[in-house]
Design a protein around this ligand. Structure first.
Ligand code: GAR
Length: 200
């Protein structure tokens, strides 16, 4: 089984979906580390309850972002993490971190990329007036939400939607899509040809 690490900044509902899939044996891997840049993140409590080793790496404890990332990387290596999954991790990882880590890094984003990159993707979709949005699981590269796409799920934008109602509808899709896509990667069931990712 592949050893999967997760980084999460907050609520951790995607982490919870991964934990549930893991417990059902649906992940082709095991969750072995949960790290956060916020000591108070609910994600850390969820890890604790699931018996997963977890660590807090708040910036305040380090002299720089570089030192913070180094500590995270060292810890992930100690836990022998083979796939890194970002689940609501609200910091952009540096080019150096991504070059050094040498394992696949996945992210989930609450829009159909390449539309609405960056923060407040659901707000951006509402403001633009699109009628369909959704979520995207992708490999992380050095850009902002720009890496090769592994999976997407569309959801409708409905008349009267607010940022909260659209976010909730997208989040339901996230909770289905992320465990499935992580399972494909952990199970070696995808092939990558440059930016094109194909499920085998
Ligand atoms: C999710 O909607 C995720 O797609 C989004 O943050 C939320 C985290 O929720 N991520 C981003 O916007 C990344 N740019 P969670 O903590 O409950 O999983």
């Amino acid at each position: 089984l592949m050893r999967i690490g997760v980084l999460a900044s907050g609520r951790g509902s995607n982490l919870q979906a991964l934990i549930e899939a893991w417990k059902l044996g649906e992940l082709n891997g095991e969750l072995v580390a949960v790290g956060s840049d916020h000591e108070e993140a609910l994600a850390l409590k969820r890890a604790e309850e699931a018996g997963i080793p977890h660590g807090a790496f708040p910036l305040s404890r380090f002299s720089s972002r570089q030192e913070q990332e180094k500590a995270i990387l060292t810890w992930l290596r100690e836990q022998k993490v083979e796939i890194l999954v970002l689940a609501g991790f609200m910091r952009v990882l540096s080019k150096e971190f991504l070059q050094d880590i040498q394992i696949p890094v996945l992210n989930i984003h609450p829009s159909l990329l390449p539309s609405f990159q960056g923060l407040h993707a659901q707000r951006q979709a509402l403001d633009y007036g699109v009628k369909i949005s959704g979520c995207t699981v992708h490999f992380v590269d050095e850009g902002l939400d720009s890496g090769p796409i592994i999976a997407q799920e569309a959801v409708p934008v409905l008349p009267g939607d607010t940022e909260d109602s659209l976010s909730a509808r997208i989040l339901e899709a996230e909770h289905r899509l992320y465990p499935e896509a992580v399972g494909w990667v952990a199970g070696g069931r995808i092939k990558r040809n440059g930016r094109i990712v194909v499920k085998l």
